[in-house]
Design a protein. Structure first.
Length: 129
């Protein structure tokens, strides 16, 4: 489903907590999320040098972040089941954090552990049963 320019504008201006809640609800509802990929997923780092995998709730949001070090990356769709059953457990084991719904207009991206994201996703999925 293609997002409207207005939805992109409104959601991109929201504070971290609101973007995080939107991310959780949207990916559980659609069972899809997006990464940037160039043969490996786009990672960012925090001030301490810790790696973070960047995730977005829709292609348009991911594509808006293709710039600077990620110019050769393409938005890639990931299934929610793969994220929950494979990717998050692997990231947890490797101690790689998650950057959720980065937007180009801010350097303030919600950061969460893989375990916490998995817990939040499981809690949201229960609402669909």
């Amino acid at each position: 489903m293609k997002l409207s320019a207005k939805e992109i504008e409104i959601m991109s201006a929201k504070p971290n907590k609101d973007r995080y809640v939107y991310f959780i609800k949207r990916i559980v509802d659609s069972e899809l999320l997006w990464v940037l990929d160039d043969g490996g997923f786009a990672l960012s780092g925090d001030d301490s040098g810790n790696d973070m995998l960047m995730l977005w709730p829709a292609r348009e949001y991911a594509e808006a972040c293709i710039a600077e070090g990620w110019v050769n990356y393409k938005a890639k769709e990931i299934k929610l089941s793969y994220l929950m059953n494979n990717l998050l457990p692997d990231l947890s084991e490797k101690k790689i954090g998650i950057g959720v719904f980065m937007v180009p207009s801010t350097s303030d991206t919600p950061i969460i552990s893989a375990d916490s994201l998995l817990t939040d996703l499981k809690n949201e999925c229960r609402k669909y049963n």
